[in-house]
Design a protein around this ligand. Structure first.
Ligand SMILES: [Zn+2]
Length: 240
């Protein structure tokens, strides 16, 4: 992103952008209309700084500081959005499970997101997974669609469908799968830019997944086109 584009997005002069060190404003950060909307909301609020201590965490106990340390690496608008609209739930460390009322996020702007983290990982992996899920909460639409309605890439991969790019079974929704894979790739890119390493920010892996889904979708489309081309010929045979 050029300096001019950064200045225009932030409503600042180029000189202020240089002075303010806005390197965090990347194409990946505003790669969806939802993220751009959230950035504009932050600007309209006067570009507030957010305190990592303001993140709503359930179940973290003594591990809250691990998540807060990760939060310090997020750009200000993402941290501000996270403090207001995201509830983090951590199990598998101090607690194996938890029953809790959801805290009211009184100053939330949208339906709160819940980010659930498996605590049975080392600190670095835990932070990367948290940053990855927080990236979803920044880039994605407000959660309305129930998870699990769509065949995920993980499920497709377990069937070796994507890897082999074999003709997909009808239950595999190519368009939704591509949307999902694109989401994952964008989030991984953000995660990497924020300095998190490991599987959660492995852009190469997610890019490969995206290519596989696109190849699968193209094969699906070709098969459909062939089916349509064949049909009139069969009709002609019958007429003879
Ligand atoms: Zn993800």
């Amino acid at each position: 992103m050029t300096l001019d584009e950064r200045a225009r997005l932030l409503g600042l002069s180029c000189r202020d952008v240089v002075r303010g060190g806005c390197a965090w404003l990347t194409d990946s950060l505003v790669s969806t209309q939802h993220a751009r909307k959230r950035l504009r909301r932050w600007i309209a609020a006067g570009r507030p700084a957010a305190d990592p201590g303001g993140i709503c965490i359930i179940g973290a106990g003594g591990s809250a500081d691990v998540i807060q340390a990760a939060a310090r690496r997020l750009p200000a608008p993402v941290l501000w959005h996270t403090c207001r609209n995201v509830i983090t739930l951590l199990v598998g460390r101090e607690l194996a499970g938890i029953c809790s009322r959801l805290p009211a996020l009184r100053r939330s702007h949208e339906t709160p997101f819940i980010v659930a983290i498996d605590g049975g990982r080392d600190d670095a992996a835990l932070q990367a997974v948290w940053a990855h899920e927080t990236g979803h909460a920044w880039l994605s639409r407000a959660p309305s669609r129930a998870l699990g309605r769509v065949t995920t890439l993980g499920e497709a991969r377990s069937h070796e469908m994507v890897r082999a790019a074999t003709p997909a079974a009808e239950w595999f929704n190519c368009a939704e799968a591509e949307e999902r894979a694109l989401d994952e790739w964008r989030v991984a890119a953000l995660c990497q830019q924020w300095g998190f390493r490991g599987a959660a920010g492995d852009v190469t892996q997610y890019a490969a997944d995206l290519r596989r889904v696109r190849a699968l979708r193209a094969a699906h489309r070709r098969r459909h086109e062939t089916d349509h081309q064949d049909r009139p010929a069969r009709h002609a045979d019958r007429a003879r």
